[in-house]
Design a protein around this ligand. Structure first.
Ligand SMILES: [Mg+2]
Length: 190
């Protein structure tokens, strides 16, 4: 059973009490966690097997960073909770991929394939949905940034260049580093 102790903006602070059955024995576990609505990340791959990275100013880093295009699925908790209640969460997530990629880098995509869901941790629930995209069209001057977003543009990078960027910390988001490196290793081993 979940009890919301506090909520504000996009965050909920939750107390959960639940029975877990592990190796045929039951335990009643009480835990506390913060939850926020999920985000998406797009792995756009061209016919030369290069992956698109956007160059975006990050306020938390106070510098530019190379990132996978992406963003949040909901602007507020109410929309997220409504989507969960109506069982339309996955639809909202798929719609966001198309919308975010179009707005951020001016690329129209089709047929995104869900590749991986990354979980943040036990005390912070913040899922990131990673999508693979091979079907896209670059639109000239297609970028439509949100007010506080600064995206300078995008670059295509091959596997070795991406590995180097991960090592040299030109890509800061560690969850994305993990997903990109496992994607590259999977491809290289096939
Ligand atoms: Mg974004």
């Amino acid at each position: 059973m979940e009890k919301t102790l506090y909520k504000n903006g996009i965050f909920e602070f939750i107390e959960e009490e639940k029975i877990y059955t592990i190796n045929n024995s039951s335990r009643n576990i009480k835990r506390f966690f913060v939850r926020r609505p999920p985000g998406i990340r797009a792995i756009i791959v061209n016919d030369k097997n290069e992956i698109l990275l956007s160059k975006e100013y990050r306020y938390e880093l106070e510098t530019f960073d190379y990132r996978l295009p992406g963003g949040k699925v909901f602007d507020n908790l109410e929309d997220y909770q409504k989507s969960v209640k109506d069982n339309t969460l996955l639809d909202s997530i798929y719609n966001t991929v198309t919308k975010e990629v179009k707005e951020e880098v001016g690329i129209k995509i089709k047929n995104p394939i869900l590749y991986h869901v990354s979980h943040a941790g036990s005390s912070i629930v913040w899922d990131l949905y990673y999508f693979l995209i091979n079907d896209y069209k670059i639109i000239k001057n297609g970028q439509e940034l949100e007010e506080n977003e600064i995206v300078e543009g995008f670059v295509w990078k091959n596997y070795n260049e991406i590995i180097k960027m991960c090592i040299e910390k030109q890509i800061h988001e560690e969850r994305t580093i993990g997903v990109l490196l496992s994607y590259i290793l999977e491809k290289q081993n096939n």
